[in-house]
Write a new protein. Sequence first.
Length: 218
Amino acid sequence: MDVKKRTLREPFSGQRAIQSVSTDNDIIRRSRDSPAVFGELYDRHASIIYRYAARRAGDFAADDVTSETFLVAWEQLETYDLDREDARPWLFGIATNLLRRHHRAEAKVLKTAAKAASREALADDSDRIAAQVDATVATGRIARTLKAMAAIDRETLLLYAWADLTYEGIAVAMDVPVGTVRSRLNRARRTLRGQLNLEILDETENDHGRLAATPRNA
């Protein structure tokens, strides 16, 4: 564990935090009286916050964003709605706000992905790796489209696609109505489909905005 992560855990390290079957809201409730318990929330969710931040802005920014997300969460512990069992939307909302400070790093990540895809497509056109190249080019084209997309639509789309939140979860994370989430995702879908001619984020969804599962007898 690096220095930054050790520093983050120090306020909560009076005892070894142990992963439990407790819900997130129960951990937060107990943390208000016993600060060391908050370490359980870190252990449970730090990795997914890091991966989300790293995909958006790179590893260096992800270290800062992950540490700051849990420090802000700790500072705002008393404001958490204990009726919500899942703290991920809250944490991703904090991380998304912090990532706005790293917009240059995010732009660099998207630009690099687009350039790398173009170089690989030109470097080797053999049939053996055609499928891999096609996937890489598609990734680069998506990166260029994301970079050009309105920031608010991009954030909404990535909370859906990379953070794996429901519409309701995104609404909590971004502090907007569910209808606004639907509108932003629809705009993002139209942009992706219009510019890339790709069927991305199929609109066959359940009431919570995630892709509907394929029937077992299908």
